[in-house]
Design a protein. Structure first.
Length: 116
């Protein structure tokens, strides 16, 4: 299996006659353009499975929640340390617990010591 990362406008070819291009990203959706010969069937996975086709063995489920790959530099690490100290001093307040839960959904926290 080949896993490709692309930017909008980039493309790859399959078998010389099929072109798949990344059109755009909208929120958590990816828009692809597929140009293939008419005799090549192209089906969404959901349509294939609804019509009785088997899910290909190479297809995997997405993670339960997307993991953000944020670059961590010194300024972000210092800001995160300040935020943690502030939250620890206010941990008993219900609003802080709610804030911590929401921040945990947004950020993939690096280890305390750094985690570049």
């Amino acid at each position: 299996m080949l896993c490709i990362s692309m930017k909008p406008g980039e493309y790859f070819t399959v078998g010389g006659s099929t072109v798949v291009q990344l059109d755009r990203l909208t929120g958590d959706r990816v828009h692809l353009t597929v140009n293939a010969p008419r005799e090549v069937p192209i089906l969404r996975g959901a349509v294939l499975e609804r019509s009785g086709g088997e899910r290909p063995a190479c297809v995997f489920d997405p993670p339960a929640r997307p993991v953000r790959q944020l670059p961590w530099n010194g300024a972000k690490r210092a800001a995160l340390a300040d935020l943690r100290r502030t939250l620890e001093g206010m941990e008993d307040a219900p609003e802080v617990r709610i804030l911590r839960e929401k921040l945990d959904l947004i950020f993939s926290w690096p280890p305390e010591g750094g985690g570049e």
